[in-house]
Design a binder for this molecule. Sequence first.
Ligand SMILES: O=C(CO)[C@@H](O)[C@H](O)COP(=O)(O)O
Ligand SMILES: [Co+2]
Length: 216
Amino acid sequence: MGTMVAPSLLAANFLNLERDIEMLNRSEADWIHLDIMDGVFVPNISFGFPVIDLLKKATQKPLDVHLMIVQPEKFINEIAATGATYMNVHYEACIHLHRVVQEIRKKGMKPVVTLNPHTPVSVLEDILPDLDMVLLMSVNPGFGGQQFIEHSVRKTAMLKEMILRQQTSTLIEVDGGINLETGKRLVDAGADVLVAGSFVFSSEHPEETIHQLKML
Ligand SMILES: O=C(CO)[C@@H](O)[C@H](O)COP(=O)(O)O
Ligand SMILES: [Co+2]
């Protein structure tokens, strides 16, 4: 299995989303990563259900929904209704994380737990077997176009070690500040899925950029 790539639509042109999603449809992108922000968990607001619904109708690619919101458990039904494949909730936003993960799976989606840069991977020891994927933030969540946090490479390696030790098939996804250089180091450390926003959408040839990320 090569590297999987999930472009983040946060960096797309919101006045021309149709054009950008058609580009992604033609590209080798594996999934489409959607960043949902509530202005409380993170200091920014992005977009919500009506946009996700329309995007789902415009693409066959699986949707990877990254919820940067407090109490994400309130919206499990709504996210499931959009047809999303992956529902990513932040560890820092869930008091009863195990229950949230169970409910996401019960609604037919694949549960993913996301860690902020300051949260150690060791907090996942007891929940790892219940997850399809872990999303490691390599920037502080809330904005695209930020600088990659170097420690994320070591953190990816530590998570990979935990997955091998526990013999689970959990995927490792990394999000924030990813380009060919940071992406390569993450893949070498064990990352399976790279999320890339500004690197893809600021490229003159985004389809080729997605291809290059897949080749890492
Ligand atoms: O979740 C987030 C930001 O909170 C990301 O998915 C960003 O949208 C990635 O953007 P780049 O760092 O690749 O520009
Ligand atoms: Co994201």
